[in-house]
Design a binder for this molecule. Sequence first.
Ligand code: GCO
Length: 438
Amino acid sequence: MTQFTPGFLIGAATAAHQVEGNNIHNDCWAQEQMEHSSYVEPSLDACDHYHKYAEDIRLMAGAGLNAYRFSIEWARIEPEEGCFDAAELEHYRDVIRCCQAHGLEPIVTLHHFSSPVWLIAKGGWEAETTPADFARYVRYVMENLGGELQYVCTINEANMGVQVAAIAERYKKQMMKMAAQAQAGGQSPDGSVQMGMNLQAIMELQKLSGQEGARAFGLEDPQAVHVFQSACTAAGDEILCRAHVAARQAIREVCPQVKVGLSLSLHDFQPLPGAETVAEAEWDKEFRHYLPYIQEDDYLGVQNYTRSLLGPDGLLPVPDGSEVTQAGYEYYPEGLEHVVRKVAADYSGDIYITENGIATADDTRRVAFIEQALAGVQRCVADGLPVKGYFHWSLMDNFEWQKGYAMQFGLIAVDRAHGQTRTPKPSLAYLGSYAARN
Ligand code: GCO
């Protein structure tokens, strides 16, 4: 293990809704309460990071980390449109100052998937009003907290909506193929799988869930619910990019010293012979497409977890016999270096790895993953690529969105049933050992 040079950020990352607890004014919380929720369980108190942040920051600092990436919850700051909660603002000021008091550089994400309910009721991430609404929230935060910050990430995984749309399209094609095969064989679509399946009931439940989801936001039409983690249209993707640009402009007006960027979820696409054009098209969709909107940023947040094998017809399954994580990803830490090199070929700004990690109950695999991922990062730095920091996902085992608490991404274990007790795993100190000692 070789330490990075002084100034290279070595940190951990979290997201407000996944760790704080009781974000009762946001869209995820509303969807978690539904009778037909797609969330396996509600977030509830999460990891009570809202109250235990000082303990968590102390654990990071004690392990040698020198940075912390966390998000500010828009729905806490602006629970009702145009009404700002100064007490919540002061909570986040306390978190920022606690980081600084313990030698951790804070990187603040201003939107990490969850949005205020009122925004979704207005049309959410497909509404023409959202860029201005987002910029107003960002300006309020930066006017009050910007003087204490050096780094801000406007939007986490800005390409998530495009990726969800691609998954939805793949799923739709598979369902249509199954139904066509069944009907060609003279069967009902239900008979196309070797189990008792009632497609009609599935469709009815999806209809029920959609109607309930619309009601959660005071809407009639399920198609009008546009949360951030839903398939976006090309118009919605453009609205999101305009929201980033409007936020960047507000930040630059209020705090010109702050480094601004967004983060993208990026896959290490690996084409089999004959699938090279498919891989390039996928990379264009999830990365190059955003270049016009980020070329004036100070940095890009790169988030990578694994590789994606592609054949001529698109995504291929994880190869038989591969080590697979709790998230169903192939264990593939080498993907990070590949993605960083591909990004640097087209983007000239600084690169911060704002998420990289592994969902596993075996912390020795997390240590090995970190070692292999950071070896790749150090090769990139040695080759002169402008990589300036690495944030591991995640600081603690937390609420993995619709999958609930089943996955363990954390450097710290959390016993939510017994006082939210924190138990640092060996991987936390191992990660900290890479940070230069000033
Ligand atoms: C994301 C989010 C995180 C996830 C993490 C593990 O990248 O999807 O930023 O909130 O929890 O990636 O899936």
